[in-house]
Design a protein around this ligand. Structure first.
Ligand code: ZN
Length: 136
């Protein structure tokens, strides 16, 4: 059902500084930068081989990223898994007692439908399911 790790999300305080740093680490600039209004975040995405890194900076104090950094500091925020069909994946995890943080798939960054699973059900790791939105 999960086909691969789609990306790893890293919470950062300053996305411009982090973009420069990760450009040096990965040897390529971000291929995309996107504001997700509903989540109060600005994101940027890097590709390294087949893998992706997502940097997230809060755009308001009510953002989950702001709260995360306040509690735990900068660092790995979530692991995202690619799923071919998010509705089926959500039903599977719901039926197996995992707490989903949203009842309906929601629109995430990078052209994805996403759903998060509570970290307490995943050994402390916020887990994201994401499905590519087909280009129409
Ligand atoms: Zn993500």
């Amino acid at each position: 059902m999960l086909t691969k790790i789609e990306h790893i999300g890293i919470a950062v305080k300053d996305i411009n500084i982090a973009n420069d740093l990760y450009t040096r680490i990965l040897g390529v600039p971000p291929y995309k930068s996107e504001i997700v209004e509903s989540e109060h975040v600005i994101t940027s995405f890097f590709k390294t081989g087949e893998s992706k890194i997502e940097l997230l900076q809060a755009t308001s104090p009510q953002s989950a990223i702001a709260k995360f950094i306040e509690k735990r500091g900068e660092g790995i925020h979530h692991i995202a898994y690619d799923v071919p069909d998010i509705a089926t994946a959500m039903q599977y995890f719901n039926n197996n007692g995992f707490k989903l943080l949203n009842e309906q798939p929601k629109r995430g960054a990078d052209n994805k439908l996403v759903c998060f699973i509570h970290p307490k059900d995943c050994n402390g790791v916020l887990t994201e399911l994401c499905q590519e939105i087909p280009l129409s």
